[in-house]
Design a protein around this ligand. Sequence first.
Ligand code: S3P
Length: 165
Amino acid sequence: MSPRVVLVGPMGAGKTTVARLLADAWGVTARDTDADIEAAVGRSIPDLFIESGEAEFRRLEKSAVAAALSEHDGVLALGGGAVLDPETRERLAGHRVVFLRVGLADAVKRVGLGSSRPLLLGNVRGRIKALLDERTPIYESVAGLVVETDGRTPEDVAREVLAAL
Ligand code: S3P
C-alpha cells in the first residue's frame, strides 16, 4: 500500500487543508503525521515539545511517517520538518511527492503571529524565514512536483495538483 500523493512543505503551506480537498476529490481519506503523533501520545504537539523535547518529537515523527507511508493509500500530509531526517528522505524516493511552496509573507499570514507552533515561539517571522531558507532545497530535492501557493486558495492549489497528477 502506498499513499496516492504525499504533501511536503513548510508550516503555512496549507498541507492539511489541501490534503483534505484532494482526498475528497478522489474519494479517499486524508492522513496527517502530526495528528497521528498526537493520537499516539495523547498530547498536543506543543505539549510534547515542552515536556519531552524536539528530539523525542522527531523520533516519534520518523516512525509515524514510516508507518503512514506503508499503511495509508489515501493522501498523506507530512509535518513541515519530517524531511529533515535522511532515512525519511530515502523512503520518500519511492513515492509521489508534491512540495507546496510558500513565500515568507504568505506563510506568516497563514500561520499567524500568535502561532502556538513550538518552533516559532517568540519570533514567528524570523523563525519562518530561517526554516524556509534552510528547508526549501530539501523540499525541492524530494518532490516530483512543486506547486506555488502564494496568494492562492487551497481549492485553487488542489485543482493544480489534481490536473498535474
Ligand atoms: C514542524 C511543523 C509542524 C509540526 C511541528 C514541527 C516543523 O507541522 O510537525 O510543530 O518542524 O516545521 P506543520 O508543518 O503541519 O505545521
